[in-house]
Design a protein around this ligand. Structure first.
Ligand code: 0RA
Length: 637
């Protein structure tokens, strides 16, 4: 640059671009790999805008050996005429001035993309070199910059008698700015370029990588966003439920809407929305207007054509399962909000999209009745599944409520709410149950009398087990559920105590209950919450009841008799029912005196073996086991 070019204008330009170099993050988000690719997308988006305006149908992106990148389009060529006020070429204004008043002068394009719309000057400011070649007016022009936007050669003609028009921009990101990496990733460029080719019908995009072995791909979508939907469906391994995709486009108050929809047999929703080619991952007003209209149109069509039974009605969620959709908008002055600034917030867009969608799909359905039927049936399936699940849930709740109600007639609940203290006693028989109800400490002890025979759960099928009334009462009272769904956390009690008579029937019932817990509520045993209540076998009285002692077994009885002497008249309890409430409290319920045995399983395999002997249908091994392991008194025999 010669000294005379340093006028006030060029000093201003350099100050502007210097600001970008000082705080690049402010302009491109980050100086990592993402920011690096933003540079390329910024230039690509300018070419896309030229295509969107209808003047360009080919864009070529080439990653060069030196790490620079070239973007060529066959558009009109950036204007080269001298600006009347600024006295420099228009192309120079675009590459040297920050926020050059929209893209290349305000009203040129109806809508324009650009990731941040920061402009070509930011790319220039962050490059070690940047060259623009323009074919226009039959000439080839060139302007060159180095070291962050410093003019190396002003716009000059390098070729004459040229045919065609277009623009080529080549730049190499500055490693002083992009310290992490200056390497363009082929795949990052590839996926965005493919997306752009789908979004801009009729546009062909070439991607070439000259680093290493030359690689080239061409992206052309003759079907626009219909091709996009097709591509998405093929990627996700599902099958469409109708052959022809739903498609409509429309324009209202300067908002252009284009949409393609295809329903498939999958469960997921895949909705991709764009505003001016920018993905709106967080949705926004356009998506909500679209969904509202979609639900309304489907319901109207279904009802009008008698596809619904009278109380059937689709809700928004019913339309999501199996939906693959691309919604692309062109909006003049898009406003973005949200975490990642990808949520459209223009309020006027909601109603516009809603009415265009309404019209577009209604019309499409009218002309494609078999597609309409297939689509409505697909969404109706989701609707019916939702209604069935709701009904099942209601029935389940109803059944549970009935169970709790039935139980309330049997269970004497405790008044305290402390689940870490409360105890449930499963008591054999109604009369002992009655005494226990009266004798307990009702603040923390609950009593469930067991009336009938408890089912043998060792061999019975699960539905039979769960159909047994006594078992159901126990499950409901314990409150943790059963089997695979057992959840210890949900339980109502810190202890579940089995309280049966000290005879062979009592032993049998105890065995059946333990088998049930072992099979269907194993964590209850493993967490040490199952107990066996011990009640005394003998009462030893002296001096007309002034002295009362209890013996839990024969050795204890002998000991008491030794202490109290021969005059003590002895009584043997035949069952729990013979004890009055006070005695039952004193001997069996009162935590201060009672002798409870905690049920443990030291060896689950051994427990399995014992259970199989006890519960087997073969009588012999069971009798042998019982004879070996249970001590009977004379009365039992
Ligand atoms: C404004 C006006 C005209 C062309 C362009 C912008 C333009 C910009 C870019 C950026 C990349 N490629 C581009 N191609 C064209 C021309 C207006 C006219 O010819 O009348």
């Amino acid at each position: 640059m010669t000294a005379k070019q340093y006028n006030a204008e060029s000093i201003q330009v350099l100050e502007g671009l210097e600001a970008v170099r000082k705080r690049p993050g402010m302009y491109i988000g980050s100086t990592g790999s993402r920011g690096l690719h933003h540079l390329a997308f910024e230039i690509i988006d300018n070419a896309i805008d030229e295509a969107g305006a209808g003047f360009c149908d080919q864009i070529a992106v080439t990653i060069n050996i030196d790490g620079s990148i070239t973007i060529v389009d066959n558009g009109r060529g950036i204007p080269v005429d001298i600006h009347s006020v600024k006295k420099i070429a228009a192309v120079r204004l675009a590459f040297e001035t920050l926020h050059a008043g929209g893209k290349f002068g305000g009203e040129t394009y109806k809508t324009s993309g650009g990731l941040h719309g920061v402009g070509a000057s930011v790319v220039n400011a962050l490059s070690v070199y940047l060259t623009v070649d323009i074919k226009r007016n039959g000439k080839l022009y060139r302007v060159e910059y180095v070291n962050g936007g410093q003019l190396k050669s002003d716009l000059h003609v390098i070729g004459k008698k040229m045919t065609g028009t277009g623009t080529s921009v080549v730049f190499k990101p500055d490693p002083l700015i992009f310290k992490e990496t200056t390497v363009f990733k082929y795949d990052s460029l590839r996926s965005r370029l493919m997306e752009l080719s789908f979004l801009n019908n009729g546009l062909t995009i070439l991607l070439t990588d000259l680093r290493g072995e030359t690689k080239t791909e061409t992206f052309t979508s003759k079907n626009g966003i219909i091709g996009f939907v097709d591509h998405l469906i093929k990627l996700s391994n599902v099958s469409p439920v109708h052959k022809k995709p739903i498609y409509f486009q429309g324009e209202k108050e300067d908002v252009v809407v284009e949409c393609a929809i295809q329903y498939n047999d999958g469960d997921d929703e895949s909705l991709h929305s764009y505003v001016n080619n920018i993905p709106t991952d967080e949705g926004g007003t356009h998506e909500s207007g679209f969904r509202t209209a979609l639900t309304k149109v489907f319901n109207n069509y279904g009802r009008k054509n008698n596809l619904f039974k009278k109380d059937e009605n689709l809700i928004g969620d019913d339309l999501k399962d199996g939906l693959t959709c691309v919604l692309s908008l062109k909006v003049k002055d898009p406003q973005f909000e949200g975490q990642t600034k990808t949520k459209l917030s223009n309020m006027e867009v909601e109603g516009i999209v809603q009415s265009l969608t309404n019209e577009g799909i209604s019309q499409f359905f009218e002309q494609n009745t078999s597609v309409a039927k297939d689509v409505i049936h697909r969404t109706l399936t989701t609707c019916l599944i939702r209604l069935a699940a709701k009904k099942a849930k209601e029935l389940k709740k109803k059944a549970r409520d009935a169970e709790v109600k039935a139980l309330s007639g049997k269970l004497a609940a405790c008044s305290g709410k402390d689940k870490t203290r409360n105890e449930l006693f499963l008591v054999e028989g109604d009369s002992a149950g009655g005494s226990a109800k009266m004798g307990r400490d009702r603040r923390f002890q609950a009593i469930l009398p067991l009336r009938g025979k408890v089912i043998n759960t060792y061999r019975a099928k699960i539905d039979k087990v769960l159909g047994n009334e006594e078992i159901r009462s126990i499950i409901t009272a314990v409150g943790s559920g059963v089997g695979k769904e057992f959840d210890l956390e949900k339980g109502n009690y810190a202890r579940v105590c089995i309280m049966t008579d000290a005879d062979i029937d009592g032993a049998h019932i105890r065995c059946l209950l333990l088998t049930f817990f072992y099979r269907y509520m194993k964590p209850l045993i493993l967490s040490g919450r199952v107990y066996i209540a011990q009640s005394p076998l003998y009462k030893v009285e002296k001096e007309r009841g002034k002295i009362i002692r209890y013996a839990f077994n024969d050795p204890e009885l002998k000991k008491e008799l030794k202490e109290l002497g021969k005059t003590a008249k002895i009584s043997r309890y035949k069952g729990l029912g013979e004890m009055n409430p006070e005695q039952l409290w004193e001997t069996t319920l009162n935590p201060a005196n009672r002798r409870m045995i905690q049920v443990t399983i030291d060896d689950t395999l051994e427990a399995e073996r014992k259970l199989s002997i006890l519960m087997s249908e073969q009588v012999e091994p069971r009798r042998d086991f019982l004879m070996e392991n249970i001590v009977f008194t004379d009365d039992d025999m």
